[in-house]
Design a protein around this ligand. Structure first.
Ligand code: NAD
Ligand code: ZN
Length: 341
């Protein structure tokens, strides 16, 4: 089992990568109250029967304050108090909601996560950002509070829909692109195993990504500097996600290819680097291009909350494995989009 510790001013988290659900919950003290993604609950109901359990509705439209309020009422009904332990079980949506509920109910009660999607295990469950959407705007309301523990349960991935799993691989590849060129090489050699959910490869991949995320968050919990590199592929990716019916990882895949091409045009990344990244994403079954209206994408980027004035803090790669953040004027972004699309 891989163990990683995340320590920040907001708290310490023990992250473990392995298989826990059937044995781990029984070890917890006090008896936990579970907040479980409704689909996970459907698949693994038998494992939760002896615990007080609240279903978290699945789907982004349910990631709202209304859902949070419903859960608060259930917690009152279950007589949850400040000595209780809440455990959020599911993908990024359920853990974001559970973390927000736990960090606000009775002003904060102790909480942990069992992450059940690849994206959750390598990204969403780690770092302490919790929250919900407001009027369709993503993650507008939230807290930064670290869970006591995160268990990345590899056995749960077996029931995850194939397309969701592959979407998570985009974030996996992102970590290599921004921080670790040797990991990109590992992924090239082991992509088939990763696609087949090979236990040993999965363990290595999830542990490596979790460790990179921990390293970055530890240096910059509140996203004032280094944490921004985690947004590689996300400026254009989010704009695509808002415009088209694609999953997050699929949009990020295309966003990373575009960011790599921009890095290339600025003389930071050789063409061979663009090709390597594109090839790796393709080998995972991720999309690397899409027909886009550059004006619509540009409009979406302008609305992005991370923009400061007339420039965008754009994440580029200065060679594979090394991300840099460069302010790029909006006018230049517009031109680049017209050139790329
Ligand atoms: N807090 C953060 O730092 C952070 C980072 C990235 C993303 N996020 C958030 O994470 C969310 C996306 O997370 P996600 O990609 O894990 O999606 P998700 O949590 O919506 O799960 C995707 C789908 O898979 C189902 N599911 C989950 N686990 C399953 C399993 N083991 N077996 C079968 N079905 C399963 C869910 O019911 C859902 O239908 C978004 O809301 C996003 O805002 C948060
Ligand atoms: Zn992402």
């Amino acid at each position: 089992m891989h163990q990683i510790k995340l320590t920040t001013p907001a708290g310490t988290t023990d992250i473990e990568v392995g298989e826990f659900l059937s044995s781990g919950l029984g070890r917890l003290d006090p008896l936990p109250v579970l907040l479980v993604d409704e689909n996970v609950l459907g698949h693994y109901n038998h494992l939760f029967s002896q615990y007080p359990c609240i279903a978290v509705p699945s789907g982004e439209p349910h990631k709202t304050l209304q859902t949070v309020e419903n859960i608060y009422r259930e917690l009152v009904r279950l007589e949850v108090d400040r000595t209780s332990l809440l455990v959020g079980i599911g993908g990024g949506l359920a853990t974001d909601v559970a973390g927000f509920v736990a960090s606000t109910f009775l002003r904060e009660i102790r909480f942990g996560f069992i992450s059940s999607t690849l994206l959750g295990q390598v990204d969403a469950s780690i770092g302490g950002k919790n929250g919900v959407n407001l009027d369709g705007y993503k993650n507008m309301i939230g807290t930064i509070r670290q869970p006591s523990f995160v268990w990345c349960d590899l056995s749960l991935l077996a029931t995850l829909e194939r397309r969701e799993y592959i979407s998570g691989i985009a974030e996996v590849i992102k970590y290599g692109a921004i921080r670790d060129v040797n990991f990109l090489d590992y992924l090239q050699r082991h992509m088939t195993g990763l696609l087949n959910l090979d236990g040993e490869i999965l363990r290595e991949v999830v542990a490596t990504c979790a460790a990179i995320k921990v390293e970055v968050v530890q240096e910059d919990e509140k996203e004032s500097g280094l944490r921004r590199i985690l947004n590689f592929g996300h400026t254009i990716g989010h704009a695509i996600e808002r415009d088209q019916k694609v999953l997050h990882g699929e949009a990020i895949s295309i966003g990373m290819v575009m960011a790599a091409r921009i890095s290339n045009s600025l003389g930071l990344l050789p063409g061979s680097g663009v090709d390597l990244l594109t090839g790796l994403l393709k080998s995972a079954g991720l999309p690397v291009e899409i027909s886009l209206d550059p004006e619509r994408i540009f409009d979406n980027i302008r609305k992005d909350k991370k923009k400061a004035g007339e420039t965008i803090q754009f994440v580029l790669v200065d060679g594979l494995g090394k991300a840099i953040v460069k302010p790029i004027p909006l006018a230049e972004i517009k031109q680049i989009l017209h050139d790329l699309c």
